[in-house]
Structures are given as structure tokens and as C-alpha cells.
Design a protein around this ligand. Structure first.
Ligand SMILES: [Zn+2]
Length: 303
């Protein structure tokens, strides 16, 4: 009777596992307990070992990743170092250019010191990894050199540009290969007597002689002007304008760009004129000024 289950009806094919355990526990409680504890221990140990193994693998993987990242970073640093070398070469080129421009422009300005050598890392010996700090230092230094050279070059450029502009668009030379017959200033009025202000300079000319622009510019007037006859005016920018009057014929139209020395008209005696000549005026900032200060040295009358 004792071997028979009390609660459950015996079923030869066994029942659910829980029922069987319960059944066995009831039959052999100590063995069942031992089995349960032993199983738990084994399971616990197993879990422990497996966890260690997994952690170890994870550490290994992390180490490998860190190493790979470091390698990658170093590769990037080395690539940056190579780029740095190129930039240093570029800095050298800029300095050489600045030096050449300074020489061509004959600039005496002490501000320009393109001779200053650019620090270039030696490329002799085996290629070593460049330390990150050294790279940062070199980059900062190069950045400063670029700023310096860039600033100097832009100043130099504007200087040269202005000089070129000034040279081309400031009246210089004479409108005709001839000599002066009447100067700028007050003179006797050949028509009405008395004194009259002569706002320009007269050059002796024959009808048909070429009249030339004294500087680069754009034709701002070409036509008949009261008293002046057939007249050409050229705007040179920078506030300068020149006027050429009493021509027999005009050969340029308003808006045409003109280079210094180019023919703009044929000399004549149109307008209020006593004979063929070129009346030449220079205007600066809206006022007629003495053209003599702009004339070349070749005129026999300029003294
Ligand atoms: Zn005149």
C-alpha cells in the first residue's frame, strides 16, 4: 500500500514531468533533493564558465577594435602629414611668387619679407609615424604662414593693380607730336579783347594731323560743342577727364574704350578758333586743372 501513489492515480505511462517528480520526491525525497541541488550547482557552474568565456572573447574583440581604431587614426594622421608636406610646398611657392612680384613691382616696402624661409620637415630617413601633437603644431604654424603670405600677397596685388591703373589712366604725354602755342591760365582774348581764362593748352597742328588719347579711358563725348567745335572727351576713371577740341574730324564714338596713344580725331580749326590747333584740357574731380603737370618732358616750352 505504501508504494502506491496516494493522491494520483497510477498511470503506467507516467504523467506530466511535474507529476513524476512529485511522485519520485514522494517516493525518494533525499535523492530527489540531491539531484535538484546537484543539478542547480552544475547549471550554475556552467553558466559561470560560459560567462567568463564570453567576457574574455568580448575583451579580445574590444582590444582588437581599439588597436584597429588606433591604426586607422595613425593612418589618418600620416595622411594628414603627407598633406602637410604639400601645403608646405605651396607655402614655398607663394613665397617665391611674392618675392618675384616684389622684385617686378620694385617695391621697397619693408613690409614684404618673402625671403623668410618656410620650415619644411626633413624628408630624409625612414618614414615614421608622426605624433599627433607634432602634426597639430606643424598645422598651426603653417596656418600662420599662409595667413601672413596671403595678407602680404593681397596688399601686394592691390598695390600693383593700383599702380597699373594709375599709370594707365592718369593723363601723361601729349595729344599730338608738336609744341605748345598757348598755355593754361589767363590770356588776352583773341576775339573780344580783354582777359580770358584759358582752361587748357594749345598745341600747334596742321589740319588732319592725328590727335591721340593721352591715357586709357572711355570716350564720354564725341561731337560738336559750343565754342570747342568738334570735340572728344575721354573719361579715364580716378576722377580724370581729358578734352580734345577744334578737330576737323572725329574718329571715335561715345562709349568706345581707348588706349593711351590711340588716335581719336583729326586736328582742325572748328569752333572758336583762329587756326588749326589742338586745344587740350585736363579735368580732375570736375575742375579744369593745368595739363602741364601731366605732360611729358619732350615739349620745348614746358621748361
Ligand atoms: Zn585753347
Amino acid at each position: 500500500m505504501i508504494n502506491r501513489p496516494i493522491i494520483f492515480k497510477s498511470s503506467g505511462r507516467g504523467g506530466p514531468i511535474g507529476q513524476q517528480l512529485l511522485y519520485r520526491a514522494i517516493q525518494r525525497p533525499v535523492a530527489a533533493a540531491a539531484l535538484l541541488v546537484g543539478g542547480g550547482l552544475t547549471l550554475g557552474l556552467g553558466i559561470g564558465v560560459a560567462g567568463n568565456l564570453a567576457m574574455h572573447a568580448q575583451l579580445q574583440q574590444q582590444r582588437a577594435e581599439v588597436a584597429a581604431t588606433q591604426q586607422e587614426a595613425q593612418r589618418e594622421i600620416n595622411a594628414l602629414a603627407a598633406r602637410l608636406g604639400e601645403l608646405q610646398a605651396e607655402a614655398n611657392r607663394l613665397n617665391a611668387l611674392g618675392e618675384r612680384l616684389t622684385r617686378i613691382g620694385q617695391l621697397q616696402d619693408g613690409e614684404f619679407d618673402f625671403n623668410k624661409p618656410v620650415g619644411v620637415g626633413g624628408d630624409e630617413g625612414a618614414i615614421e609615424d608622426m605624433p599627433r601633437e607634432a602634426l597639430d603644431d606643424e598645422l598651426a604654424s603653417l596656418d600662420m604662414q599662409f595667413r601672413h603670405a596671403g595678407g602680404q600677397l593681397s596688399v601686394l596685388e592691390s598695390l600693383l593693380f593700383n599702380r597699373q591703373l594709375d599709370m594707365a589712366s592718369v593723363p601723361a604725354g601729349e595729344p599730338i607730336d608738336s609744341y605748345i602755342t598757348s598755355h593754361y591760365g589767363y590770356r588776352a582774348d583773341p576775339f573780344r579783347g580783354g582777359r580770358k581764362f584759358h582752361a587748357g593748352i594749345d598745341f600747334e597742328a596742321d589740319v588732319g594731323d592725328p590727335v591721340k588719347a593721352v591715357a586709357d579711358g572711355v570716350v564720354s563725348f564725341a561731337g560738336n560743342k559750343s565754342g570747342y567745335g568738334y570735340t572728344v572727351e575721354i573719361d579715364h576713371g580716378n576722377g580724370f577727364m581729358t578734352r580734345y577740341a577744334h578737330n576737323s574730324r572725329l574718329v571715335r564714338k561715345v562709349g568706345e574704350p581707348i588706349r593711351a596713344g590711340q588716335e581719336i580725331a583729326k586736328a582742325g580749326s572748328t569752333g572758336r578758333s583762329t587756326g588749326a590747333h589742338v586745344h587740350f584740357e585736363v579735368w580732375q574731380d570736375g575742375r579744369a586743372v593745368n595739363p602741364r603737370q601731366f605732360l611729358g618732358q619732350r615739349s620745348p616750352l614746358t621748361g
